[in-house]
Design a protein around this ligand. Structure first.
Ligand SMILES: [Zn+2]
Length: 379
């Protein structure tokens, strides 16, 4: 900010380069997926895949839907594995990763299986409702989808995350006591704080509020716990508690719900349009060769809404930051923890305006620091 009296450290060329490459990797990954879906539809290859899936599924509809998804995910994985490997190499090249190649391959394999299982449930729900209620399937599919989404949000910290990382309850008495004091002041409580063994794979630091209800918890990376002062960790805890107090997970789920409802409506409209005009040779609504078209609606919508969703997230982050300023004795540890995080994660402190607007779920670190200093001056 122009009127900020404290000079913000300039981003190193290394940080700039790293973030630039990561952004381009993200764009390339998106473009690849987009083109893949278009090619499947335009060339009619989706129809070949459906016929193959029907043979693999012994003409059983439910099994064939799953086989079709399996083929789709396997092919897109094969197409994208080069980019994934490049991302893995990039983290190592910038000395941000400690992960070995065998561990990475194992993670990719587990990620693939998780994707197949979750994707499988979603497509079975989609085509079950499409077959039973061709006109109103999208409302029911949306309701079922949201039910799955809520279950996943609750189960993620206890079922999904442990597939990739180890967690254990935080055993630091001093920090636990600080959290209790912070929580009591907020008139709320978070059920647990967990040590997230991120150091097995990465040198980056991170923290998050996750879960719903009984699984609601704060997770703190060991890369943060082992290198930050108790005051700095308290500042991070206060920020995460801010997300809890302002009900950011619930608000995000409600927003996702509204967007997803619109998405299902748009998918239904597109599907009827394509079938009525006999585009892409679909054999009716329940012909699962139309899955790439449904995926395309979701991809395009996600792309168009990304700036708005990121703006919503940045708004929440600013709110959590303000909550942290109010809860801790002084903003000094918040500022030093932000600087450490930027250094450790090779983050850009001052990304260009449009990069922040389009890509960033968090405000630029320079802005967060400026807000902390402005707050300190006011109080
Ligand atoms: Zn946050």
């Amino acid at each position: 900010m122009a009127d900020d009296p404290t000079p913000v450290p300039v981003d190193s060329p290394e940080a700039h380069r790293y973030n630039l490459i990561r952004r381009w990797l993200g764009i390339a990954d998106f473009a690849l997926g987009f083109v893949f879906l278009i090619v499947l539809l335009v060339t009619g290859w989706s129809g070949y895949l459906r016929d193959l899936a029907l043979r693999m599924g012994f003409k059983n509809y439910t099994l064939s839907v799953f086989m079709y998804l399996f083929l789709l995910v396997a092919i897109s994985k094969a197409l994208g594995v080069g980019l994934d490997f490049y991302s893995f190499r990039l983290e190592r090249r910038f000395k941000l990763s400690t992960q070995r190649i065998r561990s990475w391959i194992w993670d990719e394999f587990k990620g693939f299986l998780v994707g197949i299982v979750m994707g499988g449930i979603v497509v079975e729900v989609l085509y079950f409702t499409l077959r039973q209620w061709p006109q109103h399937w999208w409302v029911l599919a949306w309701a079922l989808f949201m039910g799955l989404f809520l279950a996943l949000a609750q189960l993620a910290p206890v079922v999904l995350f442990p597939i990739f990382y180890k967690f254990e309850p935080l055993d630091d008495e001093d920090l636990r006591r600080r959290l209790v004091v912070l929580s009591e002041r907020a008139g709320t409580r978070v059920r647990g704080v967990y040590r997230w063994k991120l150091s097995e794979k990465s040198k980056k630091a991170n923290a998050a509020l996750t879960g719903l209800g009984a699984t609601r918890r704060i997770i703190l990376a060991d890369t943060l716990l082992d290198n930050y002062t108790p005051d700095e960790i308290e500042a991070v805890l206060a920020h995460e508690l801010g997300h809890h107090v302002h009900r950011h997970i619930l608000k995000s789920i409600l927003l996702q719900g509204a967007i997803t409802l619109f998405g299902f409506w748009a998918a239904n409209w597109t599907l009827h349009y394509a079938v009525d005009r006999r585009l892409f040779d679909f054999d009716g609504l329940s012909d699962f060769a139309n899955l790439p078209l449904l995926a395309l609606v979701s991809v395009v919508l996600s792309f168009l809404l990304m700036p708005a969703l990121n703006a919503f997230s940045r708004f929440n982050e600013r709110q959590a930051d303000r909550y942290a300023f109010e809860s801790i004795a002084s903003v000094g540890p918040f500022i030093s923890s932000m600087n450490k995080l930027a250094e450790q994660n090779l983050a850009e402190r001052t990304p260009s305006k449009w990069v922040e607007w389009f890509f960033h779920s968090h405000p630029a670190i320079s802005r967060r620091l400026a807000a902390a200093e402005a707050w300190a001056k006011r109080s």
